[in-house]
Design a protein around this ligand. Sequence first.
Ligand SMILES: O=C(CO)COP(=O)(O)O
Length: 262
Amino acid sequence: MATRKPLIAGNWKMNLNHLEAIALVQKIAFALPAKYFDKVDVTVIPPFTDIRSVQTVVDGDKLLLTYGAQDLSQHDSGAYTGEISGAFLAKLGCTFVVVGHSERRTLHGETDEVVLAKTKAALRHELTPIVCIGEGLEIREAGEHVAYNVAQLKGSLAGLSADEIAKTVIAYEPVWAIGTGRVASAADAQEVCKAIRETLAEIADAETAASVRILYGGSVNAKNVGDIVGQTDVDGALVGGASLKSDEFATLSAIAAGGPLP
Ligand SMILES: O=C(CO)COP(=O)(O)O
């Protein structure tokens, strides 16, 4: 079976200006010595306006953490006021780009079709899309969460080749667990992440499914990350609030690396 290196991605959402971003990246780098990076990939996902500054710190200090963006346009250039091209993100040295976060799906009406188009745009520019899916509370309470996530995954990756799917990361983020402090149990996370991997085997192949990293997101912190990333099909976490605290983010990254604590 493929070995999947854990990935911890810090989604800063709309927090921190570019000066605050520089300070946070420096603090994370200080708190997380180089030795951890053999066992965990760590990335920060700041707002667009911070990325150039983050690039300067990462390159200047030769940091091992990577960075990415929270969204991109499905188009490469043109009359799309306010949109950001994947070409620009690639030029800034971004490794990852989040697509289809539930806040974009809900607040900006992004459908699976839009998420698919953005996933394709990311792949065109050699960015790794972190494709987000996740059910709301009503779906969970109705016990329909597995089928719902499988359908959302299929819609968001429809028509991609196995090679393209192999270049993605999938994030399962139950909407009811985001920013609420209500984390899914490790077993809840595993149930859906396992179904995601089985679906990847169906739409791509078993080898691809075994290689793709699947993250859990929703109220992840240093206390619960160990249990969550200990699950067979959970390969890391997409972290919101806790990614804004350097010590906590470094600690949870070290836990995902298998320790010891920094
Ligand atoms: O949405 C999230 C990450 O993308 C999760 O946010 P919280 O960790 O703040 O719940």
